[in-house]
Write a protein that binds this ligand. Structure first.
Ligand code: PLP
Length: 413
């Protein structure tokens, strides 16, 4: 077996550092022999992996194209301009900053661009699917800003718009954040814009999850509504691990300065080149078809899980994301995740709105990249429920998983 997506690197590694090469092959094997249902993960293309493993990894490039603090940036400047131009055209944004090292750094930079420590920010509360950067006391956001959390309706699981409006009027936040790690439905960006305008707040969309669906036209875009859009490039978007910020021309300079030099040093040029590759891929009709298939698969998966007796949050999904409570099957989310992991189904737990126990969070981005469709989603749901109920033992489940993924290699030889 060889690392088919970067053969030269793999050969060099195998010769020079067999110990580490073995680890890399082990991980490739794990990814291709178990079911990848973590909602934030995907399989990026061999071209993206090639850019990540390129000589651009050697280059120091503090600053921006045409204005660097280091010599020898003439080539990487072209790479970054390409990434920026492709991001702008893909999302119809006036400005794109493609340097953020991660989604969290992008959010940090967005706050740095618009806020001062001590400002009030309104965001989805963490128990309802807010990210750590939306006010967790363990994160810079909770320490430096005064966060107020909105929630979701206890019955429907949908964002409580009345509460958002009331909290905004009461607390007069400097910024409102919309975006989540677990919310399976479309976000009504026009609504958030209206509330932000009413109270004079900036609107920050943290679209880390749905931005890939936006790129493929399978989810509404926050770009026309938000002052600043933060995103990751490695989730549904299927690029390298990293972040990105989109905004209007009026905020371009503030956002750029907030990324570098305020929150980061040298840009990671190999990652930026890989982002350019991913933006190029995401602009194709094939990617649009992929994004729509991701959602279609998630809908089938959600319905099949509901048929198996799990309580699917909001009763379904508009996106790649499904969250569900396995309690009716007799176990809580944590126990279920453990059983599933032993069986080769890899997924996360998540907070469940208005519940004490944890639920399961799944996504269809990775399995859809592998080529799976409705039939496989139904098979996955049946297997998942059988394992969670304790009806299918791990050994048999592992065989079934191997049989299932065997037909859909993420990196065909
Ligand atoms: C994934 C995610 C992030 C953080 O991205 P990292 O690259 O892990 O730092 C931030 N916000 C939201 C809503 C996310 O889903």
């Amino acid at each position: 077996m060889s690392v088919t997506h970067a053969p030269q690197t793999a050969d060099v590694l195998t010769r020079q550092d067999p110990e580490l090469a073995e680890i890399l092959l082990g991980e490739l094997h794990r990814q291709s022999s178990t079911l990848q249902l973590i909602a934030a993960e995907n399989f990026c293309s061999p071209a993206v992996l090639a850019a990540l493993g390129s000589a651009l990894a050697n280059k120091y490039a503090e600053g921006y194209p045409g204005a660097r603090h280091h010599g020898g940036c003439e080539i990487v400047d072209v790479a970054e301009r390409l990434a920026v131009d492709r991001a702008k055209s893909l999302f119809g944004a006036e400005h794109a900053n493609v340097q953020s090292h991660s989604g969290s750094s992008a959010v940090l930079a967005a706050y740095a661009a618009l806020l001062r420590p001590g400002d009030t920010v309104l965001a989805l509360g963490l128990p309802y699917g807010g990210h750590l950067t939306h006010g967790s006391p363990a994160n810079f956001s909770g320490r430096w800003f005064d966060f107020v959390g909105y929630g979701v309706d206890a019955e429907t699981g949908l964002i409580d718009h009345d509460q958002v409006r009331t909290l905004a009027r009461t607390h007069r936040p400097k910024a409102i954040v919309c975006g989540s790690i677990a919310y399976p439905r479309h976000i009504d960006y026009a609504f958030f814009r209206e509330v932000a305008d009413e109270v004079g707040a900036y609107l920050i969309a943290d679209a880390a999850h749905p931005i890939g669906l936006v790129a493929g036209g399978a989810a509404p875009s926050p770009v026309p509504y938000a002052d600043v859009v933060c995103a990751t490039t490695h989730k549904v978007l299927r690029g390298p691990r990293g972040g990105m910020i989109l905004c209007g021309g009026d905020l371009a300079e503030r956002v750029d300065r907030a990324v570098f030099p305020f929150t980061q040093g040298g840009a990671q040029m190999h990652t930026i080149a890989a982002k350019a590759v991913a933006f190029g891929e995401a602009a194709t009709p094939a990617f649009a078809a992929y994004a729509h298939q991701v959602v279609a698969n998630a809908r089938v998966l959600a319905a099949a899980l509901a048929d198996e007796g799990l309580v699917v949050t909001t009763g379904g999904t508009d996106t790649h994301l499904v969250t569900a409570d396995p309690a009716p099957l007799g176990v809580d989310g944590r126990t279920a995740r453990g059983r599933l992991a032993a069986a080769g189904l890899v997924l996360d737990c998540c907070a469940l709105p208005h519940a004490d126990t944890r639920g399961l969070r799944l996504g269809t981005a990775a399995v859809t990249t592998q080529g799976m469709a409705a039939k496989e989603m139904e098979r996955i749901a049946a297997l998942l429920a059988g394992v969670v109920r304790g009806e299918v033992e791990s050994v048999r489940a592992r065989e079934e998983v191997r049989d299932l993924v065997g037909g859909f290699p993420p990196y065909p030889a």
